[in-house]
Design a protein around this ligand. Structure first.
Ligand code: DP6
Length: 336
């Protein structure tokens, strides 16, 4: 084994993933629906892996208890990558992960985190796995991570194979295809209420809107991809908002309800729609949290950002461009 460092960027789903395929092995983490995303510049995780006496995991400079759920997920991911290309027990690993995601941005670190971890482990274990296979392995760590191995615009299809071998992401278009910005409008502070994995299962088992949500996803994916290729912001925006609102309707109709929005979330959306009437063409999405993410052309990003930042209750705003591919650096040849 050797030391290796990987950088992977976060991503935003323009067409959303919510729900897992029923009757499948939970360890495969197979989504019930595909998704379409834009990789985000600046917002990234850098993960370095090298040999160690035991498994150690440090996050943002602080050692994480090896028995904690987070550390166990990290070590389980290392096991997966090791067993893909090696027999016998996996060597101990020192894993250091640093998130360059602004505090309170409300962006999950799991997408960039599991993508960087997967790529760094493949480098450290000299596994020589192809990117599509690594995408499948990243998906097992966290569904959205499968999309973060590539820059620009990425599609993850749900697939049909029982072993998930066709549930891998693929790059559609590079970052320079379209000069867009994502405005991340911070609508509240405080911890996330219910995590995605738990929330998805609650929606699947209790929400009357879950079945239609799953059934109507493929058409959104195709319409979203078409609009993206044509650089048609109005068409992409319409699909994106529809996918977001269907997902949140499905969440809200779960028992007990999953309401990730706050009052400010809706105030920002109303301001966005008012701004659209005056010619600023931005479109909203939001994930399992209160923040609003707005897709807009680079040319209109500043004017729209100023307007949304002025909505009472907004605590911050960041403008992010489409981001690059994940990268891997092989460091010294430290042998075990
Ligand atoms: C609402 O990828 O965090 O952000 O696979 O259970 O780890 P797990 O879920 P995760 O879910 C992301 C859900 C979402 C929509 C999306 O990113 O597609």
């Amino acid at each position: 084994m050797r030391r290796a460092r990987a950088t992977a960027h976060s991503n935003i789903a323009l067409v959303k993933y919510w729900g897992k395929r029923p009757d499948s092995d939970p360890a495969l983490n197979l989504p019930a629906v595909g998704s379409l995303s834009m990789t985000l510049d600046e917002l990234r995780t850098v993960t370095t892996i090298g040999p160690g006496d035991h498994d150690h995991f440090a996050l943002d400079g602080a050692r994480v208890d090896a028995q904690s759920p987070v550390a166990r997920k990290v070590f389980a991911q290392l096991d997966r990558i090791w067993t893909e290309s090696h027999d016998g027990p996996r060597p101990g690993c020192e894993v250091e992960s640093v998130n360059h995601l602004p505090t309170a941005a409300g962006l999950a670190s799991s997408a960039s985190g599991f993508a960087a971890l997967t790529l760094a482990a493949a480098g450290a274990f000299e596994s020589e796995l192809e990117l599509p296979r690594l995408s499948g392995l990243a998906r097992q760590g966290s569904g959205s991570a499968a999309r973060s191995l590539w820059g620009g615009f990425v599609r993850l299809d749900a697939g049909t194979a029982a072993d998930g071998n066709d549930c891998i992401a693929r790059p559609l278009l590079p970052a320079d295809h379209w000069d867009l910005r994502l405005l991340i409008v911070h609508a509240a502070k405080g911890p996330k209420s219910v995590g995605s994995t738990e929330g998805m299962e609650r929606s699947r088992t209790t929400s009357p809107y879950y079945a239609p949500w799953v059934e109507t996803s493929p058409q959104d994916l195709d319409a979203g991809e078409k609009a993206l290729r044509a650089r048609d912001l109005e068409a992409l925006g319409a699909v994106m908002e529809h996918s977001c609102f269907k997902m949140h309707a499905c969440m809200m109709a779960s028992v007990p309800p999953l309401v990730y929005w706050r009052g400010t979330t809706l105030e920002v959306m109303h301001e966005l729609w008012a701004a659209r009437k005056s010619g600023l063409q931005g479109y909203a999405t939001s994930d399992a949290g209160p923040h609003v993410k707005v897709l807009v052309s680079a040319a209109q990003a500043e004017a729209l950002g100023e307007r949304l930042a002025a909505v009472p209750g907004v605590t911050g705003l960041q403008s992010v461009a489409p981001g690059p591919d994940a990268t891997l650096e092989l460091l010294d040849e430290a042998a075990t």
